[in-house]
Write a protein that binds this ligand. Sequence first.
Ligand code: KIV
Ligand code: ZN
Length: 515
Amino acid sequence: MSDKDRLIIFDTTLRDGEQSPGATMNQEEKLRIAKALERLRVDVIEAGFAIASPGDFNSIKSISETIKDSRICSLARAADADIDRAAEALKSANAPRIHTFIATSPIHMKYKLRMEPDQVLERAVAAVKRARNLVDDVEFSCEDAGRSELDFMCRIIEAAIDAGASTINIPDTVGYALPHQFGELISQLLNRIPNADKAVFSVHCHNDLGLAVANSSAAVMAGARQVECTINGLGERAGNASLEELVMTVATRHDAFPVYTNIKTEEIVPCSRLVSTITGFPVQPNKAIVGANAFAHEAGIHQDGVLKHRETYEIMRAEKVGWAANRMVLGKHSGRAAFADRLDSLGVKFETKEALNVAFAKFKELADKKHEIFDEDLHALVSDTHRTSGVHIKLVDLSVSSIMGETPKAEISLHVEDKEHSAEAKGSGPVDATFKAIEEIMHSGTKLLLYSVNAITSGTDSQGEVTVRLEKNGRVVNGSGADTDIVIASAKAYLDALTLILANPKKAHPQNEGV
Ligand code: KIV
Ligand code: ZN
């Protein structure tokens, strides 16, 4: 196949994915995910929205300095300040891209932007020209394209290409499109816009009706050559098109799709696990490709068929997407060098010797409890180490009694801003008692929205990975914690979420007007 048959994979886990309520990631975590995306051979990494916050800016900057094989992109509204900030954050990137956008649907132009279509067109052209003066690669998006008028889109896209945009993105921002209509929209745009051949057409579909992958696939059939997607389908509201589903659809049904991707599919499952550990968003067991059951054959008749001839019930091989049978990497006797080396290959670098020592001590503690240490354990351990260093709340001691027929009780000691506090509480279960005891000390005023436990690996000696989602004054955060003792993991996750919510960083949302 020729280069024009290549489907460009644009990953927006770090930008749209982070807009999922609670999926906030810090700079180190974003860099770790960016390295995993580079190993996956993603073509474009949308690393963030530079003007949103100093944290976003610094993340884009460090990703630009580190990642050399993927193109690095920053989002920017069609406003001078946004574009300048994006260019600044991307300064060190090998291949920088500015992605600028403005809404084009009648409902968004009238009620959100309060602008006439001609003013929107003028703003779009000015934004593309400004971005084009700062970088060579500019993408322009018509926000809410799925509900925009075709004639107006043709006009604004033609002008954006003339102004220098080399990628034109058609987002179904609210997840309203249907596959046959969305495919038809792409065909119409490609046929009607006179300079359409000067740009790559891209799509960015949201999953509000569960159609994001189907809509993106229809667009590819119609001629789109870039898809915007996220690992595990993370993203605003119901999420974005899932990278793993799109990539494996194209690979498995190459008989039907006129395109190929550069993705190294064996890296899909490790990348999915990493994103899940860092964001605290568990992957549902029946999720296509990356769910724990995606290749499990429960029914006897299926197992029999698979044993006789694999293809009877399997359309792709588990190994092809990174479900390796044995991923045991380290054990009790592994030394510091092997530990650092394995983490290095997972994209984790320790800034100081002390940070490495802290992580190594935790590893030894874990290896005493659990004989086989897997990559997933290392990711959880490193997330724990990074998140808890430098925070002001630390778990010092926890003792829980859970006796059949008696009310569970927890006694806890915390270090809060250098002072030690202790409390005890009773609850309906050991975790409830632990959270109540923490609140006896913290009085945080937060509301618990979600509590979930997952085993990181198989076996009863596995670490439990706990996610706690808290809400305060409309802000939602996810905290995570891992330990072979799930009550301790729960306490860590609760404290992690409290630390995040009490830090209260203010962040602009790209779809809000005004800088
Ligand atoms: O969904 C959307 O429209 C977006 C744009 C900013 C591309 O995320
Ligand atoms: Zn989006």
